[in-house]
Design a protein around this ligand. Structure first.
Ligand code: HEC
Length: 310
């Protein structure tokens, strides 16, 4: 334990400020961390939703503009360019080439997919089941664990809203022969109009969210620490200049006065408490000197009085 009695004023103030600072950092740091975490999540969510909208635009462009152009050729050869899911995946891969999006993953997690790579895992199947309930929220986000680490995900339902989708996803008999040749007749059929067949999921490693939040936290706490260090320095300087030094001077003068030096004076001029104390000391010194003089005069008188002469 530090013995407070032994510390100088400056040290006491520094100690007090450090305690206040540490307590403040601990309390506000925890609150700040959660706010920043929330912020980082919100930012990533915004980014992910924008990506989703982009993917959906690519999807509709493919089914509205590309597919009609090349539908005839599908009977003889399969052109992946005609498939909305394919163009979305390709565009996303291109996006991932940019460092801003390199960490994002995209999946059209489907219960009964044409390409088994798109098969929804247990967790995603639960999301789809949740989306199939019409009163449940149609957009969810959160964290999930996979073998490679934690992921932050944002998901929305995939709903069959266009008749044209059923050209390829209703029955193998209707679907283009070239597609059956490539994907077989077993998967990705039997979808209905207005059915929710899967979930569009965008995810990023949870590390990315936490890293962004941690960087902001370190920056803000760093600024706090610098401001605090400057404040402590200023308090110490002021304390020295306006309190410690004048008090030292007064202590010296009081010392001299107590040794009988009548010429020294308390000279602190300020109007604060230290100045008042100095003024009070001065008046005390003068009354003391007057009392001494009176005493001396009294002694002198009594020495010269005939009654006491020897
Ligand atoms: C020309 C045929 C064709 C049309 C039209 C088509 N799809 Fe597909 N769809 C496919 C093929 C083939 C795949 C598998 C692509 C791959 O290998 O990634 C697929 C994949 C998907 C997937 C990913 C899951 C899976 O099954 O692998 C979804 C979701 C999907 N389609 C939804 C739709 C929707 C919604 C529409 C209508 C807007 C649509 N499709 C129109 C042929 C088609």
């Amino acid at each position: 334990m530090i013995n407070l009695q032994k510390l100088k004023l400056g040290q006491k103030f520094t100690l007090l400020l450090v305690v206040v600072f540490l307590g403040g950092i601990l309390a506000s740091g925890t609150a700040l961390a959660s706010v920043l975490n929330h912020n980082a999540q919100a930012q990533l969510t915004t980014k992910a939703l924008m990506l989703m909208e982009t993917m959906n635009s690519v999807r509709s462009y493919t089914s509205d503009h590309i597919l009609p152009e090349i539908a005839d050729r599908l009977e003889t050869e399969f052109l992946p360019e005609s498939v909305p899911a394919y163009s979305a995946r390709e565009v996303f891969e291109t996006l991932r080439g940019s460092p801003d999006y390199a960490e994002f993953f995209y999946k059209e997690a489907t219960l009964n997919p044409t390409n088994l790579r798109d098969k929804a895992d247990n967790f995603e199947a639960q999301l789809v089941a949740q989306f199939q309930n019409p009163i449940a929220p149609q957009e969810v986000s959160g964290f999930r664990s996979i073998s490679g680490g934690d992921l932050f995900y944002i998901a929305r339902p995939i709903k069959i809203t266009q008749e044209s989708c059923l050209d390829c996803h209703s029955t193998p008999a209707i679907a283009p022969a070239s597609m059956i040749e490539r994907y077989g007749p077993n998967n990705g059929f039997g979808w209905q109009l207005d059915e929710i067949v899967g979930a569009q999921v965008i995810s990023v490693p949870a590390q990315t969210v936490l890293k962004a939040a941690r960087q902001s936290l370190v920056l803000i706490l760093g600024i706090f620490a610098i401001v605090f260090a400057l404040a402590t320095l200023m308090v110490n300087l002021w304390l020295k200049r306006y309190v410690v030094r004048p008090l030292n001077k007064m202590a010296q003068v009081a010392e001299a006065v107590s040794m009988g030096d009548a010429s020294t004076e308390f000279t602190v001029q300020s109007e604060d408490e230290v100045g008042q104390l100095s003024g009070a000391f001065n008046r005390m010194r003068m009354s003391l000197q007057m009392a001494m003089k009176r005493l001396e005069r009294y002694r002198g008188n009594s020495r010269s009085s005939p009654d006491h002469s020897t």
